[in-house]
Design a protein. Structure first.
Length: 100
């Protein structure tokens, strides 16, 4: 029974190491995200950042550039690629600090 427990423990440790490596690889890919569009709507920007669009609608200060669009496309707020690239790297605390 001890031998089986040790084998299971070793297997699980190996899986944990592999998961950590995958997490690092995913983070690296995310940092190298290719911004293909020149303009981003709130919906596409939120998808890129991985946050819920409703949250930014309820808290406009969490939107890119504090909710101030670089322009409008089809009557919708839109931001340029450079604005989105900067916004994606900010966390909520950075955004809140910038608003003060």
């Amino acid at each position: 029974m001890n031998e089986v427990s040790e084998m299971v423990k070793d297997y699980l440790e190996g899986l944990c190491k592999e998961i950590e490596l995958l997490k690092q690889e995913i983070a690296s890919i995310s940092k190298q995200e290719i911004y293909e569009q020149e303009w981003y709507t709130l919906d596409s920007a939120c998808k890129l950042k991985g946050i819920n669009k409703k949250t930014t609608q309820n808290k406009p200060y969490l939107q890119p550039n504090g909710g101030v669009p670089d322009g409008k496309i089809g009557g919708r707020k839109a931001w340029r690629r450079a604005t989105i690239e900067s916004w994606v790297t900010q966390d909520d605390k950075d955004i809140e600090r910038d608003q003060k």
